[in-house]
Design a protein around this ligand. Structure first.
Ligand code: PEP
Ligand code: MG
Length: 589
């Protein structure tokens, strides 16, 4: 069936970008062709012509993007924002001005100048260890590729014109290309570039089509019309599948689809344990357009709105109105459901473009609230925007990286001052907006009982809590084996926080990645966490696992867990006690 001369089966491994399985003919949409750029010298007299040639290419790219935005199908309208970002990036100083400057100064051809500028900007972004920000380099490259295509006269393949049922295989797919995907035709996709937080994978998950990214040699090993299998759940692609493999994957595909349908049917129901205990399951977002995914997956609110993205890839910070517009959008879409807006968490591994800081140890440096308290102008601008948005729904304010009582009091004082300013200006806002603190620095976890009376809720950020407790850089793969939420030191710290929350009746939430792994749920329920916030796609699975558990069994289980000495022992104990329940509720296998 696959090939008349059966080649041997090959399995390529990449990153799981969107779960699910698809089987079908590959369709190669592009190669990295435009990357082969020659450098040549431009006579001084022709420099202006060369600059004009570049400007024309930018203009053409803009027209092309605006056309795509205008023709984006209804259901994908939310992605227009991403494309709008690309329109803005087209004329961003980082690319536009610097390319013009390079042509002017070095007398080189526009293609070479653009390539040089892009690779500098790209490496600047890639030195940031935060994977989300790193992926933003992808936006710059895509914008540059688009201009380059016009400069060298290469037309990118129009995905919308594909008229067969295929699996796309590409070096990269831009959000613009991805948003042209017609679900009737495109079964899934495989790309060389990309990662779990890239826009392309965000869109694939929103569309619900299987996708694998990070397959280094996808475009060289896979050919158009070859039958391939894409397993977006484990991040693999099978080439030249045997009949036996095809049958096995068809069965898995069928099981996955009926499992997904059954989960989707229940995802809007509350997550209630077998013994009637209700846990709220919320979504984490970085950009307003992700709100749709939270709602579609049955999220009961936004447990964490990371606000850094808006401050990125621009030379000036956003003003109050720009921030307010985005916050208001999110709050209005969520209607009466809670929207937890976290104040700016920049620096550390999320260095911003207009910060010239060089810190020896940025994770321990002037990050998040520390930065905001030193820059009251930046802080107040954001607080004003958040408070103004609070008028339209159920907004909560969340302060990140607080490590001392004094910092918390200073942050609250800044909020009070902002409230007074708004009152004076007659601008409406919700005076009793809930104010919470991230528990993500060990010092605060340990003194949680002293902090509790000062806040309306705790939100545990395990990503940083683990990093700072275990002295392990959360983005360094070489020490990744030490980064384990089930380490007894972490669990003990969580117990301290949970006891303090109980003592003071402080609502206890968790928004770190630990909350999004269903394997951790028996422990989190045992700790009495009231609300869990996670990647929107995980919400239905988490709800499913919660429904299979009983709170009364997780409490004695937690006591046993706290007696263990290693993370491995905790894992074994969890598997013994709840392995079957979790497996059944979490996967179709
Ligand atoms: C955390 O630290 O757990 C958290 C949720 O915040 P971020 O990942 O944005 O640092
Ligand atoms: Mg954090």
């Amino acid at each position: 069936m696959a090939n008349s001369i059966q080649k041997s089966e090959i399995k390529l491994s990449g990153i799981s970008a969107s779960p699910g399985i698809c089987i079908g003919k590959a369709y190669l949409v592009d190669r990295e062709g435009v990357d082969v750029i020659k450098r040549y010298r431009i006579p001084q007299a022709d420099v202006q012509n060369e600059i004009n040639r570049f400007k024309t290419a930018v203009k053409q790219a803009k027209t092309e993007l605006n056309d795509i935005i205008a023709n984006t199908p209804e259901g994908l309208q939310q992605h227009s924002d991403i494309l709008q970002t690309h329109v803005v990036l087209l004329e961003d100083k980082m690319i536009f001005d610097r390319t013009v400057e390079t042509i002017n100064k070095d007398y080189v051809n526009a293609e070479w100048a653009l390539k040089l500028v892009t690779s500098n900007v790209k490496s600047m972004f890639q030195n940031i260890s935060d994977p989300y920000l790193k992926d933003r380099a992808g936006d710059i490259v895509q914008v540059s590729d688009r201009i380059m295509a016009h400069l060298v006269g290469v037309n990118s393949v129009r995905i919308a014109d594909i008229d067969k049922r295929v699996i796309l295989v590409a070096y990269d797919l831009s959000p613009a290309q991805t948003s042209q995907i017609n679900l009737e035709r495109i079964k899934g996709f495989v790309t060389v570039r990309g990662g779990i937080t890239s826009h392309t994978s965000i869109i694939a998950r929103t569309l619900g089509i299987p996708a694998v990214q990070g397959i280094g040699d996808a475009t060289t090993r896979i050919q158009t019309d070859e039958i391939i299998i894409v397993d977006g759940s484990d991040g693999s692609v099978v080439l030249n599948p045997s009949e036996k493999t095809l049958v096995a994957y068809e069965e898995r595909q069928h099981r996955f689809e009926s499992f997904r349908a059954s989960i989707a049917r229940t995802s809007h129901r509350p997550a209630e344990t077998r013994d009637g205990h209700r846990i709220k399951v919320m979504g984490n977002i970085e950009m307003p357009e992700q709100v749709v995914s939270v709602i579609d997956n049955g999220g009961e609110g936004i447990g964490l709105y990371r606000t850094e993205f808006q401050y990125l890839s621009r030379s000036q910070f956003p003003n109050e109105d720009e921030l307010f517009d985005k916050y208001q959008d999110v709050v209005e879409v969520m209607q009466s459901a809670p929207v937890t807006i976290r104040t700016l968490d920049i620096n550390g591994d999320k260095a911003i473009q207009n910060s010239n800081r060089t810190e020896t140890n940025p994770a321990l440096g002037l990050r998040a609230i520390r930065y905001c308290l030193q820059r009251p102008d930046v802080f107040q601008t954001q607080l004003k925007a958040i408070l103004r948005a609070s008028f339209f729904g159920d907004v909560r304010v969340l302060f990140p990286m607080i490590s001392t009582y004094d910092e918390l009091m200073a942050s609250k004082a800044a909020l009070q001052q902002t409230m007074a300013d708004l009152d004076q200006a007659g601008i409406p806002f919700k005076h009793d907006v809930a104010v919470g603190v991230m528990i993500e620095v060990p010092s605060l976890a340990i003194m949680a009982d002293m902090i509790a009376p000062e806040v309306d809720f705790f939100s545990i950020g395990t990503n940083d809590l683990i990093q700072y407790s275990m002295a392990v850089d959360r983005s360094n793969k070489d020490v990744a084996q030490l980064y384990n939420p089930l380490h007894p030191a972490i669990l003990r710290m969580l117990k301290i926080v949970s006891d303090a929350a109980k003592k003071h009746a402080t609502p206890l939430f968790m928004c770190g990645e630990m909350a999004g792994d269903p394997f951790n749920l028996p422990i989190l329920l045992g700790l009495g966490i009231d609300e869990l916030s996670m990647n929107p796609q995980t919400i239905p699975m988490a709800k499913n696992v919660i429904r299979a558990l009983a709170l009364s069994e997780t409490q004695p289980f937690l006591e046993e867990v706290l007696k263990q000495t290693t993370a491995g022992e905790v894992e074994n104990l969890t598997r013994e006690a709840f392995g079957d329940i979790i497996d059944k509720a979490f996967s179709p296998e």
